[in-house]
Design a protein around this ligand. Structure first.
Ligand SMILES: [Zn+2]
Length: 447
């Protein structure tokens, strides 16, 4: 029997979680006189009252012996996490469509075929719901998903998104971003799409690439298109979230253009750039000036390491030499907020994944050398994305915040990274989540 098998989360409205080890980077505010361990985690007693965390105190300081309690004996307790970059409209199509060679071009073509053939509302709903059930079971409290928003299919997918947002409200907070190749904003469609996004409470977005085929370098009218996107967003009070330079081509350098456009247009919303892969293949001087511009413009970045590792530097019959990731450490050093996200799941852009941010974080640590020390890394899947996307109290532990927690058997961050944490206990608003991940047979009708 494992340690967590001995833990029975009380059904009581009021109970204590004693001796929980919480990384300080996951706390909304420091807890006075708590003593940090070498991972900068502190031993706390948490009082759960109804759906919220009513008290946080250093272990032994406050919790009376006669109240219902569980004793974590120094095991880790985290807030439920945030996946700020997903594609739950595309996911779980592996049973019916594969990327023929694992390349980016293969992914685009396979997805276009799948979308035009299969993406009726029922199909999108079924796969989105499966994704949300996976995420919820793993302890994800909030997902920002991109939605393929091509003319002709956008309305259907956004309607399903709105329905899912309602259905999952309280369990998984759902945000959506319109995703189209940037040249879709050349004509009148951009305005109609921005209206749809505004009416749906979404975020405006796009890819800094052309539609159709593989485009090297950048679109000649990149600056004008960025101005258009930011202008449409500003008129409607929308934030912007872009797929930027997801490429191993050093000539793909839209990131500084985005920052310049934000400064030029004095855009007041939040701008997020996802991927930014090619930045790490550019000359150092260029990297430095790009990072300075991003910091000045207040651009935030989300890195998607598992998918970058899968898609970048892939050539059939040749072993990859490059990890595909952006300059995470350099960005952090420059004051740019960087979150980690899950991105695609079981689709032509990424054949694997399970909407598990603990797994994404564990892999990101190894892919990007986010260790030695590990202390601040958990924030990249909690407080950092929460602030970037405005997820309110989600993604951190706070007095008065929701009692949404993940309890682990691990006593240190090393133990947490070494094992998949399949035995974790997820608590949603004070109650243990009993639903496990859905069985794959439930996708047998996705064909
Ligand atoms: Zn993406």
């Amino acid at each position: 029997m494992g340690f967590l098998d001995t833990i029975a989360v009380p059904d009581a409205r009021r109970y204590w979680i004693r001796r929980a080890r919480v990384p300080q980077c996951l706390l909304a505010a420091p807890v006075k006189s708590a003593v940090p361990d070498r991972d900068d985690a502190v031993l706390l007693d948490l009082l759960i009252e109804g759906e919220t965390i009513a008290r946080l105190a250093p272990t032994g300081a406050a919790s009376p012996a006669d109240e219902p309690a569980i004793d974590l004996a120094g095991r880790h307790a985290w807030p439920a996490l945030i996946d700020m970059h997903a594609h739950i409209d595309k996911g779980h199509v592996i049973p019916r469509v594969e990327n023929p060679d694992g390349s980016f071009a293969g992914a685009r073509q396979a997805t276009t075929d799948d979308r035009t053939r299969h993406w009726a509302a029922d199909d999108v709903r079924h796969r989105m719901r499966f994704a949300l059930r996976c995420a919820y079971a793993h302890g994800v409290a909030c997902i920002r998903t991109h939605i393929d928003s091509h003319e002709g299919s956008a309305e259907t997918s956004w309607a399903v998104f709105r329905e899912m947002r309602e259905e999952w409200a309280g369990r998984v907070a759902l945000q959506a971003v319109a995703l189209v190749p940037m040249d879709a904003f050349r004509g009148d469609y951009g305005r109609r799409l921005a209206d749809l996004v505004a009416a749906s409470g979404g975020v405006l977005g796009g890819v800094t690439r052309a539609s159709g085929g593989v485009h090297r370098g950048m679109l000649p009218d990149t600056d004008a298109l960025l101005d258009t996107i930011l202008g449409l967003a500003a008129e409607r009070g929308l934030d912007v979230d872009l797929h930027v330079d997801e490429s191993g081509d050093p000539e793909a350098a839209a990131l500084p253009r985005v920052a310049q456009a934000v400064l030029r247009t004095r855009f007041r919303g939040r701008v997020v750039c996802g991927h930014c892969c090619s930045l790490s293949l550019q000359p150092e001087e260029q990297q430095r000036s790009t990072l300075a511009l991003c910091a000045e413009a207040g651009v935030a970045v989300v890195t998607l390491p598992t998918v970058n590792m899968y898609l970048q530097d892939r050539t059939t019959g040749r072993t990859p030499r490059w990890r595909g990731i952006t300059l995470i450490k350099e960005m952090q050093a420059a004051g740019i907020p960087v979150a980690v996200g899950g991105d695609n799941c079981r689709d032509p852009f990424y054949a694997y994944g399970d909407h598990d941010m603990v797994d994404t974080l564990r892999q990101a640590i190894k892919i990007a050398h986010l260790d030695h020390p590990l202390a601040d890394v958990p924030a990249m899947a909690g407080p950092v994305p929460s602030s970037i996307i405005g997820a309110g109290p989600l993604g951190r532990i706070a007095i008065g915040g929701p009692a949404r927690l993940i309890l682990f058997a691990a006593r240190s961050l090393n133990e947490l990274v070494c094992r998949p944490q399949a035995d974790r206990i997820v608590i949603d608003r004070g109650r243990r989540v009993r639903d496990g991940v859905p069985d794959y047979t439930e996708l047998d009708d996705v064909n």
